[in-house]
Design a protein around this ligand. Structure first.
Ligand code: NAD
Length: 347
């Protein structure tokens, strides 16, 4: 089965100006804007553009969608009698919008400002009492997505790099999912190619709108991979570490990805061959070299994970592994995590 989410996608520099019309198409009268703090200015412009249809802004989404934050935003939505939402920001703002949509049935327009890809998926990871649980429901997926590369220009270098590698992780896991459809594999190859090609250009010229646009387009397709394929060891580790230890999502993905690639690609020859063509060499080593260009933490230790957590996470993951091309044992996962904790390069 192959399902596609976000029935309507608008794309291009300046596309954010079309959001009020999109809200009009939904017949909404009381719009709640869910905005990342970094999107405060764009949210203000949007509120002006919405005119009488603007109801309120909730401006404090948090990573890993904690249920307490959702409760706070839900009470604002009820207080202002919101009947639709526009989420503008990264995966945290879009995650909050999804959490509200599933509780209220409100339609959503998503305006992503990072490359995380949540806007393209019917997936929501929520955190309660330090445990992140993921659910999948078509009702979670925003009906309309507006990709405006100009909104990504403010991403600092570090977030640009780690968020793009977060997107690449979606493509890579789709490539080694043996149940992925032919269409998903096509999305995965196109998105991985776009990320590996555009990311180095963007890192050299952060304000290059054309290169940002190419990267954002690739991130859209990568998000679609996450929607369609099964998540494997990589996403399982990111969820376990992110949810239980509150580690930053994109940085976590960036530093885990080359190590999980080295582990899995040995037993995923088709994915390995495709990625080697795209990377023009050893794909795990190429991604490791990209990840090492981060100007922030590049080890699990520097991200704040205690050494004692590695065994606990390894045992938890091995006890009920996500579908993965290579069998997952606690010893192998601990070894992989230890290399990431120390920050050893993948050679
Ligand atoms: P984020 O949304 O938390 O943003 C990280 C930081 O960057 C925030 O401080 C934000 O304000 C800032 N930021 C965002 N866009 C910016 C911009 N253009 N310029 C400057 N600063 C900007 O981080 P994220 O990595 O986009 O998303 C992570 C969250 O999304 C996690 O909770 C993760 O679980 C979730 N996620 C969910 C899915 C899914 O399909 N359900 C997919 C990917 C990520």
């Amino acid at each position: 089965m192959h399902e596609v989410y976000a029935g309507r996608v608008l794309q291009g520099a300046g596309a954010r100006a079309l959001v009020p019309d999109e809200v009009g198409r939904l017949g909404a009268r009381r719009v709640l804007v869910v905005a990342a703090p970094s999107s405060a200015e764009a949210a203000q412009d949007l509120a002006t553009g919405l005119g009488e249809r603007y109801a309120a802004t909730f401006g404090r989404p948090a990573q890993h969608s904690p249920v307490e934050v959702t409760a706070e935003a839900l009470s604002l939505a009820r207080e202002v009698r919101a009947d639709a939402m526009v989420a503008i920001g990264g995966g945290s703002a879009i995650g909050l919008s999804k959490a509200l949509a599933i509780r209220t049935g409100m339609p959503q327009v998503a305006v992503p400002t990072t490359y995380a890809g949540s806007e393209a998926t019917p997936v929501l990871g929520e955190t309660e009492n330090g445990v992140k649980t993921t659910r999948r429901d078509p009702a979670l997926a925003p009906g309309t997505v507006v990709y405006d590369p100009e909104l990504t220009l403010t991403m600092p270098r570090g977030l640009t790099l780690t968020s793009a590698l977060n997107a690449l992780a979606h493509s890579v896991e789709a490539l080694w999912d043996i149940e992925a459809s032919a269409a998903t594999r096509a999305y995965a190859v196109e998105s991985a190619d776009g990320i590996l090609t555009a990311l180095p250009v963007v890192l050299d010229r952060l304000s290059d709108v054309a290169a940002r646009s190419r990267l954002q387009e690739a991130a859209w397709l990568a998000g679609a991979c996450l929607a369609q394929a099964r998540m494997g060891l990589h996403h399982q580790l990111a969820h376990a570490l992110g949810g239980s230890y509150g580690l930053p999502h994109a940085e976590l993905h960036a530093l885990l990805l080359p190590r999980v690639m080295r582990f899995n690609l040995a037993e995923a020859p088709d994915a390995a061959a495709r990625l080697a063509r795209l990377a023009d060499g050893d794909p795990a080593r190429a991604v490791s070299a990209l990840a090492a260009r981060h100007d922030g933490p590049t080890t699990l230790g520097a991200l704040g994970l205690p050494r004692t957590a590695l065994r606990e996470v390894a045992e938890r993951v091995a006890a009920s592994p996500y579908p993965n091309p290579r069998p997952v044992t606690a010893d192998a996962v601990e070894e992989l995590l230890l290399a990431a904790w120390r920050g050893e390069l993948v050679r």
